[in-house]
Design a protein around this ligand. Structure first.
Ligand code: GAP
Length: 543
């Protein structure tokens, strides 16, 4: 129950303070689409900028980083959202990128079969499975209510129902005849699962038939693979090197849910790292650990963040390793984690698919999938995507390590992790409860707030001067409205790490109070030292 309460408070704060709004809200919203408000856009940009700086522009290609097998280079890319349809045929998305959906003949609703949870219940020898789609915290209540209704019982008869302990999802059931669908009143109204391709289709140009059909990309990765040769030929990079891209992706999720966690439009931050096949296992381990550490360095730590290596049976056979970085989001059942990022060893699957044609992932060694005429089912580009190593005089198709993260999921995890409620002394020393976002200062939308204690005696003038000094260096706000306690509370709630207060003493000795959001420590420092002090604090926490 507590977890869902927390989530409700986080969602409410996100809306109230302008982090996240429902898309097209004035028209009732559009399921699976979200807008970032004035503070949300800054938080998201800070996440993406931290990723880009740490992975790409700030990368030191002359040093061997901890855990890396050698030095390496990084380059960036920004590809289009709509690409040649053949890209998706060769990548496998056209045939294989689907979820299983189930329709309810009674309610006409559609569900993803692995997302309908429920429990078996028996009454007077009749055993049925009651399915639900409500938030985890309300599941028990919903199941009880609907089972009572189904068996024509009243609330006081609840103990006559005999529930089986374990929750299951519809994907674990082979027969739906005894299933009560999440919005149904009778049993057996759910259809068997059917494949549903998640790619959004659109039409390019004036042709509305299949000739003009194209797709909105469901991942940014393929844009990197198809530009591999361009990057190699136009820059000085040599293997090992990575290409990074941040951009929108689109998936027509059957049941978008859990706030922004599963959206239909979202942003990915992906790297395709190209290396020699013999070195790929070492590079995989490097990227897995490096990416995990990145979240920890930005404040996600403790038991809610974990690195989970896939079991061998979960791996595609061309992959020697895949790991997920996961976070225990408050909307999940206790003990469950949601994926923030996947790090996959993809072998030469992608480059070869775009060279030779769609590979059949079940073949070993990988072979091109053929149609009934014995020709490639989907032709590749025919372009040579192999790599020639000048030093070893060796030619090979590089192997790929793919760290693939979601910017929206990262934001949601940082927001959930930062959210806390505690007590602080007010101006009179009495305890006052506060809501605070303990965001890492690099991510905070506003770094500093400048507050004149009162709106007179020359304090606003000094404060405005300081605000103007800070502004070229960091995002800062000036606030003179309300009591200073209220103003601190406003800044705590949006995660501003530092407040600078101008008071009576400032007018005597030109010093201000610097208040730290987390420790609540207050120190005095000269007005002229503020910019340097905050820049130091920001860059110190950068490393
Ligand atoms: N190129 C590999 C790839 O796309 P993925 O696991 O499907 O792998 C990578 O996606 C990341 O993208 C996920 O870990 C998640 O952070 C984000 N992501 C995927 N689907 C999403 C969705 N519907 N809504 C929000 N983020 C999503």
């Amino acid at each position: 129950m507590q977890a869902s309460k927390d989530m409700e408070r986080i969602v409410s704060l996100a809306k109230r303070r302008g982090f996240i709004f429902q898309s097209s809200e004035i028209y009732g919203g559009l399921n699976g689409f979200w807008d970032y408000g004035p503070l949300g856009v800054e938080l998201k940009r800070n996440i993406k900028e931290a990723w880009w700086r740490d992975m790409v522009t700030g990368h030191d290609e002359l040093s061997i980083l901890r855990g890396a097998p050698s030095t390496y280079e990084m380059a960036g890319l920004d590809c289009t959202i709509i690409m040649h349809p053949q890209v998706w045929k060769c990548s496998g998305h056209y045939d294989l990128f689907h979820d299983f959906m189930i329709d309810c003949r009674e309610s006409k609703k559609r569900y993803r079969h692995d997302q309908v949870r429920g429990r078996w219940v028996t009454y007077q020898g009749k055993r049925i499975f009651v399915g639900t789609q409500v938030e985890v915290a309300h599941e028990e209540e919903d199941l009880q209510h609907r089972a009572l209704k189904f068996f024509n019982l009243r609330a006081k008869d609840a103990e006559k129902l005999s529930w089986e302990l374990e929750f299951a999802t519809l994907s674990q059931l082979s027969d739906f005849s005894e299933v009560l669908g999440p919005d149904a009143k009778s049993l057996g109204t759910l259809t068997p699962p059917r494949e549903f391709n998640l790619m959004f289709k659109t039409y390019v140009g004036a042709l509305s038939g299949e000739e003009g059909a194209a797709f909105l990309r469901p991942e940014t990765a393929q844009g990197i693979f198809v530009n591999f040769k361009n990057v190699l030929d136009s820059s000085r990079v040599a293997i090992p090197f990575g290409i990074a891209q941040i951009g929108k992706s689109f998936r027509n999720e059957i049941t978008p849910r859990n706030f922004t966690f599963r959206s239909r439009e979202f942003e990915q931050m992906e790297i395709e790292f190209f290396c020699h096949p013999e070195k790929s296992a070492e590079w995989y381990r490097y990227w897995r650990d490096r990416r995990f550490q990145w979240y920890r360095d930005l404040g996600l730590s403790g038991e809610r963040l974990r690195l989970r290596d896939h079991d061998p049976e979960e791996l595609s056979h061309y992959s020697t390793g895949t790991a997920d970085i996961e976070y225990a989001f408050p909307f999940l059942p206790a003990g469950e984690f949601g994926e923030l990022e996947g790090i996959a060893h993809r072998g030469d699957f992608d480059l070869r698919s775009h060279m030779e044609g769609k590979l059949d992932p079940s073949t070993r060694p990988l072979a091109v999938e053929l149609n009934v005429d014995g020709k490639p089912k989907y032709r590749g580009s025919g372009k040579d995507l192999s790599y020639f190593d000048d030093q070893t005089r060796q030619r090979y198709v590089p192997h790929v390590i793919e760290p693939s993260a979601g910017a929206d999921r990262a934001l949601l995890a940082f927001l959930c992790d930062a959210y806390s409620e505690d007590e602080v002394p007010d101006e009179d020393g009495k305890p006052r409860s506060r809501t605070v976002l303990k965001l890492h200062p690099r991510l905070s939308p506003v770094k500093a707030a400048v507050l004149p204690l009162v709106k007179k005696d020359g304090m606003p003038e000094v404060a405005v001067g300081l605000y103007r000094k800070l502004k070229p260096h960091m995002s800062a706000v000036y606030d003179e409205k309300g009591s200073v306690g209220r103003r601190y509370a406003r800044q705590d709630e949006i995660g501003t790490p530092w407040c600078l207060t101008i008071d009576g003493q400032t007018l005597l000795d030109n010093t201000v109070t610097l208040r730290d959001r987390d420790s609540l420590e207050q120190i005095r420092l000269p007005v002229d030292a503020c910019v340097e002090e905050l820049r130091d604090r920001l860059s110190l926490r950068n490393v």
